[in-house]
Design a protein around this ligand. Structure first.
Ligand SMILES: Cc1ncc(COP(=O)(O)O)c(C=O)c1O
Length: 378
């Protein structure tokens, strides 16, 4: 198999991940915050280590504001359901993943008004237009993806956050695709908001762990209440962080794997990013040679996420050829139906998305391009 579906989840995982998970199972690891015996303290240590490593990849915040969730979807649900109430207005973009789109459409049923900032034909938000939309709509919250999971287009996150902050609007950044792919953002005025992501994509960790990093005074209501280990004698949820949001036993073994992945990503950051960038560029240049395909991804300011759709027929023949040849790509709507509507790719059945990883080689890209050529010419 040639694996080019790293935007869905990374493979291979970072070297050392399997060993770290195995060690966390083979050694006595207790539950977090539940006791002070050595095994429970070892579990606390795993969470602490992973939390501190996450801080290398996000704008500075304090460690207790790095809250673990199951994935980016849960982090985004917490941010949105926990902060938007009837009568509120949310400003968003046409390019959101269902992890944002579905919660806000549920909230719309509870009288939350959705305003959509327009984007260009590649799904990019223009910072000037976003600023004007903030002024026009005066939202209670702005939620936007840092980079599209369909076209890879990167948004001007630092400017967008700065505008939210200057207009006193809390922000929620969906960094699921971009975390680990871009230099760490600097938010000069931090304001109130959150950055949400998973650790299993570009950060090369195992599935099962997400993060909501909180900034300023942004404190959504918890989604879950229950055992935290702390304040065990109280019937009320602790109000302090991160316990307030971390109810129930965390995915300790996955978090052990994630800590190892983050260590690897931190020490090999530019090497990993350069390889992905290079492979993304080769793939895009190769796909642009086929006039039957419409390139959805911009050639600059994008992640190594390259999507094409077909001009005159459905993508199904191309999809079948790739799957038959053992190429793992993501086809269809990428959990972003409104993005495909905006891009005009709904009719063709969506798009074929190629997302190389740090282990992708030039020879694999050439094999894929040959299969695409065969499918289009055959
Ligand atoms: C932009 C974006 N947001 C959110 C998500 C949800 O991530 P997860 O499935 O890890 O919750 C994804 C996953 O593909 C994504 O691409």
């Amino acid at each position: 198999m040639i694996y080019l579906d790293n935007a869905a989840t990374s493979w291979p995982k970072a070297p050392g991940v399997a060993e770290a998970i195995a060690a966390s199972v083979l050694e006595p690891i207790g539950n977090v915050g539940r006791s002070s015996h050595a095994a429970a303290l070892a579990a606390n240590g795993i969470l602490y280590k992973c939390r501190s490593l996450v801080m290398h990849f996000i704008p500075p915040t304090s460690i207790e504001k790095v809250v673990f969730t199951r994935n980016a979807t849960e982090a985004l649900n917490l941010a949105l359901f926990g902060s938007l109430q009837s009568g509120a207005t949310v400003l968003t973009t046409p390019m959101e993943h269902n992890a944002v789109g579905r919660p806000i459409h549920q909230l719309a049923l509870r009288d939350v008004r959705i305003e959509v900032c327009p984007c260009d034909d590649f799904g990019r938000i223009d910072a000037e237009i976003f600023r004007a939309e903030l002024r026009r709509t005066r939202p209670s919250l702005a939620v936007f993806t840092a980079a599209s999971n369909v076209t890879g287009a990167i948004n001007p996150v630092e400017t967008m956050v700065a505008d939210c902050v200057s207009q006193g609007v809390p922000y929620v950044v969906d960094a699921a695709q971009s975390i680990g792919e871009l230099p760490r953002w600097q938010f000069p005025d931090i304001g109130d908001g959150a950055v949400c992501f998973s650790l299993h994509k570009s950060l090369l960790g195992p599935a099962g762990v997400g993060v909501i990093a909180l900034y300023g005074k942004f404190r959504p209501r918890p989604l879950y209440y229950g055992g935290t280990g702390s304040l065990s004698d109280s019937i009320f949820q602790p109000e302090f962080l991160p316990d307030c949001y971390e109810s129930g036993t965390p995915a300790i073994h996955a978090i052990a794997g994630c800590a190892s992945a983050l260590e690897y990503c931190h020490t090999h950051e530019s090497e990993i990013q350069n390889q992905r960038k290079l492979m993304g560029g080769l793939l895009q240049a190769g796909l642009l040679r086929f006039p039957e395909l419409r390139m959805l991804s911009p050639d600059a300011d994008r992640l190594p996420v390259i999507s094409v759709t077909t001009r005159s027929r459905s993508i199904s023949a191309l999809t079948n050829a790739l799957y038959t040849a053992g190429i793992a790509v993501r086809t269809g709507f990428h959990c972003a139906p409104l993005a495909h509507q905006r891009l005009g790719s709904t009719q063709a059945g969506g798009a074929v998305r190629f997302s190389p990883g740090f282990a992708t080689t030039e020879s694999e890209i050439n094999q894929i391009l040959a299969i695409v050529e065969g499918a289009l010419r055959g």
